[in-house]
Every structure is written in C-alpha cells, then in structure tokens.
Design a protein around this ligand. Structure first.
Ligand code: MLT
Ligand code: ZN
Length: 444
C-alpha cells in the first residue's frame, strides 16, 4: 500500500487500514456507505501529487484510502456545447488529449499533468500555468457528480452555461479537498484550440517592470496573454545547475526574468501577437528577449520555468510557499519577504518564481549552500514560513494560492481566516459530514 500511504513530497507517511479501488460511482457509494456503517474514516485520493498532504491518511491504521484511479473513463466530448465530461480518475493530460482529439482545448495545465487527476484538480481547485487566461479548476467546472458522506449521489453533471436555480452546490465540493464528499465525475468547459502562439523569455529590470509589461501587453492583446511567469536569476541558477543541458538564452546578468506566452485562436494568427511584442520592445518594456521559433525552442524555454521545483528537490529541497497578493502588491511583497528572510537567515538562498500574472508566487527558501538541507528545514521551516506568510497577510494576501490546505496548512487556515468565514466552514462541514468521516484532519 506504500504508494497510497506516502505523499508526493514524502512529508507524510500514513498507515491505511486498506485501499479501496472502486471502478464506478455506485461502487464508490457502496464503499462510503459501508464505511459509514462501521465508523471508518475515508481519505479520497487522486493522482497523489498534492503538496499539502491532503490525500494521505494518518498513521493510526484506521483510515481507508479511497483511490479514484479506476474511474478513468472519458464519458463525453461535445464540441457544440464545448464541454468535456470525465470521470474523476482521468488524468489531466488524458482530459487534454480527449479535447484535442476533437479539435478543442481543455486549458488546465501544470507540471504534474501526466499523473494528477481531474477529481484531485477540482478537489484542490488547482491552478497551474494558464490561469491568467482560463482561470482555476473552479472556473472550468460546469457540473459535478459527487458521492456525499451519507452515500447518496448528487448528480449535477450538467453542462449548462446558465443555471440560476438555487445554491450552486458544486462550488461546495471544489477546493474542499474531499472533506465534504467524493467527486466522481465532472463536466468541464472547453475552448477553441490555439492556432498560433508566441512564447518569449525576457529579462526585466525588476518585479515592478514585470507588472508594467503585463499590463501593457494585456492592453494590446487582452486575453491572448495566456501565461506570464516570473523567475529570479537565483531560481534559474538552480535549474541550470541541476540540469546542465538547459541554458538561459538572454542577459545572464539580469536578476529578473519573465516567461510569457500569447496565444491566438481561429484565424487571428501569429502576426498580431508578434507585432504587439515588437511594439513593447520599441517602447523599452521588453528588454533583452528571445522568441521561440519552433516547438523545440518553446519546450526549452518552458523547461527553464517548469523544472525549478525539480531543481530545488535535486539540490536538497526547500521550504516551499505558495502565496498570492493583489497584482499591484507583488513587488512590495517580494521586497518585504526577502528583507525579512535575509535579516534572520542571511545565508539562506531564495528561489522565487511563479504565476506573476495571477499575483501568485512561490517564494521558496533553501538552506545555505554549506548547510545540511534536512536539518536546516527541521530547525527553521516553521519560523521561515511565519515570516513569508506574515508578509503576504499584511498585504491582504493568501498563504495558499493554488496548492490547497491539506494537513500541512490546516493551522494556518485557522490562524489567518476571518472567524466568521471559519465558523461558516465548520457549520457546512458538520451539516454535510456529521460523523466527521470524510478526510478528517484535512483543511479544518
Ligand atoms: C509550480 O508552479 O511549479 C508549482 O506550483 C510549484 C511547485 O511545483 O513547487
Ligand atoms: Zn505554481
């Protein structure tokens, strides 16, 4: 059972009572009813790629892991309604491929897409690399099927774009991390496939310049800006050290970089996108920049960004953060958080990168180069995270922009959430799961 008992980052090592692998919604419901009858807690699990321990059982040997992996069928692709209906265990990349096979785009995208599953994406309201244009998992959900904690099936698997009939119940289960029920299937939004794209990697003078670049770019081509990722030189240096075959293609002495992607659909073509970038270059907003000329070059640029987490792991791991603030506060946050960390841990290394366009950065802290990484984290992770979260909170930001809460950040939720909101969350939890058997110890 090891694969189901340990989380992606190896922080949590659970001891499941058993692993159930149902193959249909009615089998999920039967498992839930049996567990309820016997007072057994259930830990729903998708691709097990989460960062916060949300899908890992405790070590008491009394919690059942409910794996959704055998619910892996694409149920329907409807290009007219622009919807995709899949079971929860379909991997994100399989969902993308099912859409592409019908000449459509399912736009959710992230590094773990070959393993993470739609049910987990929805349960954690996953973000990723194209949120700027298409939104989070929540924004892409039209309908859900959910097995409730009492074993009944909530069938809201509809693809209606407009439906104002009472409470929007699906929203309760999106981002609830399996604490209110088990998502078994979803109807999702599709978009026209991208017909042309421009991927550019550019040096910028500072984070504020990155913000101005984004604002101007959106002013010119609006929603055609699909990704806008920021990287510090220090984060890039980790990547080129861990993966020596990768190279930074622009001003190597810059401290700040942006990877941006613009996409056109239909007949719009590439020219308009390139013209917008050329204009920004003339205006001095786009510094030393390269534009990918083919898919191979595009992949190489994206690798510089996508491999930062792997590079950190390769070099001993980091104290990871996933904060968000309002776009206009990003530069201030970065400055304050860096000051707070370097004042107390002057030799710690910072790896800062992320989804600038969403106001979401991963402000990660690595041990000093000559320190033992595991020991450093054991001694300092809590205090480091306090500093980073305090900086985000002081600006009205969030301590978890896209990775969820799970067990890792449960206490932060209690600390940083408005008491009225927290009370409402607890009221909902009691109402739906009075026996407290759905993923106990997670989120709340
Ligand atoms: C990313 O943006 O790469 C992830 O959300 C952060 C990570 O994998 O550490
Ligand atoms: Zn991220």
């Amino acid at each position: 059972m090891t694969a189901y008992a340990v989380d992606e980052r190896g922080i949590y090592r659970g001891r499941p009572l058993a692993v159930a692998r149902p193959a249909s919604t009615s089998e999920v419901a039967a498992v839930v009813r049996a567990c309820r009858a016997h007072g057994v807690a259930i830990v729903p699990q998708g691709g097990n790629t989460g960062y916060c321990g949300g899908a890992t059982p405790d070590d008491g040997g009394r919690q059942l892991v409910l794996s959704l992996e055998r619910l892996d069928r694409v149920l329907d692709v409807d290009p007219v309604a622009a919807t995709l209906t899949v079971q929860a265990g379909v991997t994100l990349s399989a969902a993308q491929q099912a859409a592409a096979a019908r000449d459509m785009l399912f736009p959710l995208a992230m590094g773990s897409q070959d393993s993470c599953q739609i049910g987990g994406n929805l349960s954690t309201n996953a973000g990723g690399l194209a949120v700027l244009r298409y939104g989070n998992a929540r924004d892409l959900a039209l309908g859900l099927e959910v097995v409730l904690p009492d074993g009944r099936v909530l069938d809201e698997l509809r693809g209606l774009r407009k439906d104002n009939t009472g409470y929007d119940l699906k929203q309760l289960f999106i981002g609830a991390e399996g604490t209110l029920g088990v998502i078994t299937a979803a109807t999702l939004k599709l978009y026209p496939r991208v017909t042309a794209g421009v991927t550019a990697f550019t040096a910028v003078s500072d984070p504020a310049a990155a913000c101005s670049l984004l604002t101007r770019l959106r002013g010119r081509i609006g929603d055609n800006v699909t990704s806008f990722e920021y990287l510090t030189a220090a984060a890039l240096a980790l990547v080129t050290r861990a993966f020596p075959d990768l190279h930074v293609p622009v001003a190597k002495d810059s401290e700040h970089f942006v990877l941006l992607e613009c996409s056109a659909t239909g007949e719009e073509g590439r020219q308009g996108l390139e013209a917008a970038l050329a204009r920004l270059h003339e205006e001095g907003l786009l510094g030393d920049a390269v534009i990918a000329q083919d898919e191979r070059q595009r992949r190489a640029l994206w690798a510089l960004r996508e491999r930062v987490p792997a590079a950190e792991r390769h070099l001993g791991g980091s104290v990871k953060h996933d904060i968000s603030v309002s776009q206009g506060d990003l530069a201030t946050f970065l400055e304050r958080a860096a000051d707070a960390i370097t004042a107390r841990w002057p030799r710690a290394r910072l790896s800062v990168y992320g989804h600038f366009g969403d106001g979401n950065v991963h402000f990660n802290v690595l041990a000093p180069a000559d320190a033992d990484a595991v020991d450093f984290r054991a001694r300092h992770a809590a205090a480091i995270s306090d500093c980073v979260h305090a900086a985000a909170s002081a600006l009205g930001g969030s301590f978890s922009a896209e990775h969820g809460v799970g067990q890792l950040k449960r206490d932060l939720l209690a600390r940083y959430t408005d008491p009225v909101a927290l009370d409402l969350m607890r009221t909902l939890k009691r109402a739906l799961d009075p026996d407290g058997l759905m993923n106990p110890g997670k989120v709340l």
